[in-house]
Design a protein around this ligand. Structure first.
Ligand code: DUC
Ligand code: ZN
Ligand code: ZN
Length: 489
């Protein structure tokens, strides 16, 4: 009689805090035992010489989402989650994205209808709030937060998504009251619009001009402003997809002042630069995302931010659009940077890239890698310890990594439907060879083993990360207002 359904034997287990050589016993969907010389499993996998890590959590990706310009991402929930699984990720947190005029509740139902029958790994949802109407702020958002959608993204740019400062204060104050974590896309819209107009008037519409139209100043100013607004209301906040050193510095300074400001960066800001947008013809469109990749000094700053804890999250911001008229190039050869859907694919290569350059390259310890790959995001978004850990009782989400396997990246090896990869030709050492989600083997021997629709929805707990410090800014503090209690804090 077997003691376990599955035993992984003799691997090097790595969590965000510890490294040890032992077996893992799985019963059903969960880790049941950790130790040396565990009893027999119905199935056994020899993991000697391999690393056994918690499955990755990619907490920022756009799946089966229509852009504000109306363009559909190339991946649906099947291809995106297959691609994520092949890259060592077992949980994705994409967005249920509201377009103006839509009911948030309806949007969430629609995304569930897309994801449920297709996802092969587990998923939760953040919300995108683009229309903070009275009913959204007063009823839908608070109710959804309580139902397990405890984080939401807001935009300071994009004509059809952006919130003004007053609306930002509205959503931040709902987040404070309801215990949700706000994720902010921080770029100054007017700076981008002004630059875009001037560039286009001058006949500069190539992909390389996209980078010029989204200057560091736009990101730095908006990051500072968003932080100041969050501080004003004493609300924790996460600044997503940071690309510029000056934005990182603003986050770092806020953290040094004791504020609960979190930061995220992505592979495109470590491995690409604005020079990638400057390729022949419209080829550079393959690298157009917002904010844009910057230069090598900014890349170094992003590595520093991962290293010194300024960034807790390393996500893909996977936003795949095909390099044709259905995606990046709606007007074919005539498409200007303003008309190009913004985004790059990254779900599958997020972790191999970080492992290769981070761990193998000596920039990150294995434990730091695990923190960035899964544990920190699970904690921030209310999924820990079910996800992001190797503890008894946690979901058996396991990625077995061969630290020596070297791969030359080619789109043909990947499983998304973007049709290209921005990382073509790059050599990567370290690869997730077997991937297990809730005890089910999802990827093995280069083949998919999971059924469509076998991923499960994960409601998120109210995250600890979203708890205010409890010290309202002086402007809202009764003591500082001559004893007048405004009843707001
Ligand atoms: N920028 C975003 O804000 N979202 C998707 C992709 C991108 O480039
Ligand atoms: Zn964004
Ligand atoms: Zn995004």
């Amino acid at each position: 009689m077997a003691d376990f359904d599955l035993v992984l034997r003799g691997g090097t287990l790595v969590t965000a805090s510890d490294t040890m050589t032992c077996d893992i016993g799985v019963v059903g969907e969960r880790i049941a035992a950790l130790g040396r010389g565990l009893g027999a499993g119905k199935r056994e996998i020899d993991t000697a010489g391999a690393y056994v890590l918690p499955g990755g959590v990619d907490s920022h990706c756009h799946i089966e989402q229509r852009s504000s310009g109306g363009v559909m991402t190339a991946d649906d929930f099947y291809s995106a989650t297959v691609s994520a699984a092949f890259g060592g990720t077992t949980t994705v947190i994409p967005f249920a994205a509201q377009h103006r005029g839509q009911s948030l509740r309806q949007v969430v139902q629609d995304y569930h209808a897309c994801a449920g029958p297709k996802a092969v790994i587990d998923y939760a949802f953040h919300l995108i709030v683009s229309d903070p109407s009275e009913s959204v702020l007063g009823q839908e958002l608070p109710a959804l937060i309580r139902d397990g959608y405890s984080s939401f993204k807001v935009y300071m740019t994009y004509e059809r998504l952006k919130l003004d400062d007053r609306q930002l204060l509205d959503v931040l104050s709902v987040a404070r009251r309801e215990g949700a974590l706000v994720m902010v896309h921080a770029e100054n819209h007017d700076v981008i619009a002004w630059m875009t107009e001037r560039l286009l008037q001058g006949g500069h519409g190539l992909p390389q001009h996209h980078a010029l139209s989204h200057p560091r100043a736009a990101e730095g100013e908006a990051t500072h402003r968003a932080i100041r607004l969050a501080e004003f209301l004493d609300v924790p906040m996460l600044v997503v997809h940071v690309s510029a050193a000056e934005a990182m510095d603003a986050i770092r300074k806020a953290q040094t002042r004791g504020l609960k400001i979190y930061g995220e960066t992505c592979p495109q800001y470590l491995f690409l630069t604005a020079a990638d947008l400057d390729r022949d013809g419209l080829e550079g469109a393959k690298f157009c995302c917002s904010p844009p990749p910057r230069d090598t000094a900014d890349q170094e700053a992003m590595w520093r931010g991962l290293n010194n804890g300024t960034f807790q999250v390393f996500s893909s911001d996977h936003a795949p659009y095909r390099f044709d008229e259905s995606g990046k190039l709606p007007r074919g050869e005539k498409t200007t940077f303003k008309e190009m859907a913004n985004g790059v694919p990254g779900l599958e290569l997020r972790l191999p890239l970080l492992f290769s350059e981070g761990v193998r390259g000596g920039r990150l310890s294995l434990n730091e890698f695990v923190a960035l790959a899964s544990t920190n995001a699970a904690k921030l978004y209310g999924l820990y310890p079910r996800k992001g850990s190797l503890a008894v009782g946690a979901d058996a989400d396991l990625a077995i990594w061969d630290p020596e396997k070297t791969v030359e990246v080619s789109y043909d090896l990947l499983h998304d439907r973007a049709g290209y990869t921005p990382y073509e030709g790059r050599r990567i050492t370290g690869w997730p060879v077997t991937v297990i989600n809730r005890g089910r083997v999802v990827v093995e021997d280069g083949a998919l083993k999971a059924e469509r629709g076998s991923g499960a929805f994960l409601p998120c707990d109210p995250p600890e990360s979203a708890r205010p410090l409890g010290r309202p800014a002086p402007e809202l503090d009764p003591a500082a207002n001559g004893g007048t209690d405004l009843g707001w804090s």
